[in-house]
Ligand binder design. Structure first.
Ligand code: AMP
Ligand code: FE
Ligand code: FE
Ligand code: ZN
Length: 287
């Protein structure tokens, strides 16, 4: 009874369609999955439908980039209401910022003598929330770099000549947005960005959970974050952060996350919804 709560599709920088991702989840024998595309929830309706046909539980979610001081953090909102008016406006804004950032990165590459065209990146990305992986894939497909690693190492990594910083909301604003849209805010892959120093402040800002299980977390890191979660009464989540095929095999399902964490997440979501004054169950009228 395993789950994977960190997955991407072609609606952001993953390569699978929602239907392909659902098939992979079925092949991996997963009981529940969540879609956590960057700055978009457009893949959720299709993935929900595909999961339904396989009898897999589906959780709609979204991964946001935020900052606390000069530390970049990623926050996942689980059980977000994609119809929430403010969330819809903010997602469109984040997507426009991403598209503008692609133009700036291509501009920088052109100044470096790399003849990449913006429309080639947008054509390959074919989504509203493009990112650096799309620039890297286009560089490779146009024969301008020999591998994705080369594209990132030479041009796109932070501090490299075509890198453009991304607009980030404050952690507080991101958590407020997630809560306003009815979601639970989880700090993604804390072991990846060495975010330990800001965890107390993110908790202070209203954090609900910690992604303890992640592809890039060692066993000791996972233990460390499970302890932090327990000490601070945070929900525990985990997922592979699968972006599609990687080294001949997709990452989906490779992180062993027990189903019990989905039950706790769902309970917390329902409790929050009730606290927000939403009647989930029709009460029988008092006699
Ligand atoms: P962006 O959101 O545009 O800044 O791009 C970040 C995404 O790029 C991450 O979610 C990863 O999918 C991917 N990424 C970051 N660093 C690398 C790297 N060194 N090699 C391949 N993909 C990377
Ligand atoms: Fe990504
Ligand atoms: Fe992330
Ligand atoms: Zn991710």
């Amino acid at each position: 009874m395993l789950v994977d709560l960190h997955l991407h599709t072609c609606f952001s920088d993953g390569t699978y369609t929602p239907e392909e991702l659902a098939s992979e989840a079925q092949r991996a024998g997963l009981k529940a999955i969540a879609l956590t595309d960057h700055d978009t929830m457009e893949g959720c309706p299709r993935l929900a439908t595909a999961c339904n046909t396989f009898g897999i539980e589906f959780i709609p979610a979204c991964e946001f980039t935020a900052e606390l001081g000069d530390v970049e953090i990623h926050l996942i909102g689980y059980f977000l209401d994609s119809e929430n008016a403010r969330l819809k406006v903010e997602l469109v804004r984040f997507q426009e910022v991403r598209q503008q950032r692609i133009r700036e990165m291509v501009d920088r590459l052109n100044h470096l003598g790399i003849p990449l065209r913006t429309d080639a990146v947008f054509r390959l990305a074919n989504c509203r929330a493009p990112g650096r992986p799309h620039v890297a894939r286009t560089l490779v497909s146009e024969g301008l770099c020999s591998s994705l690693d080369e594209a990132f190492d030479r041009f796109l990594k932070k501090g490299k000549p075509a890198w453009v910083p991304k607009f980030k909301m404050s952690a507080l604003a991101a958590i407020e947005l997630i809560h306003e849209a009815g979601g639970l805010a989880v700090l993604a892959h804390p072991g990846l960005n060495r975010t330990d120093e800001v965890i107390p402040q993110v908790i202070e800002a209203g954090l609900d959970g910690l992604e303890c299980f992640h592809t890039k977390h060692s066993t000791s890191m996972t233990e460390h974050y499970l302890q932090i979660a327990e000490a601070n009464r945070l929900l525990v989540t985990g997922g592979s952060d699968c972006h599609g095929m990687s080294k001949g095999k997709p990452l989906i399902g490779t992180i062993k996350v027990p189903y019990q964490y989905v039950e706790s997440l769902r309970d917390a979501y329902h409790k929050r919804a009730v606290d927000r004054g939403i009647m989930l169950v029709q009460r029988s009228p008092a006699i």
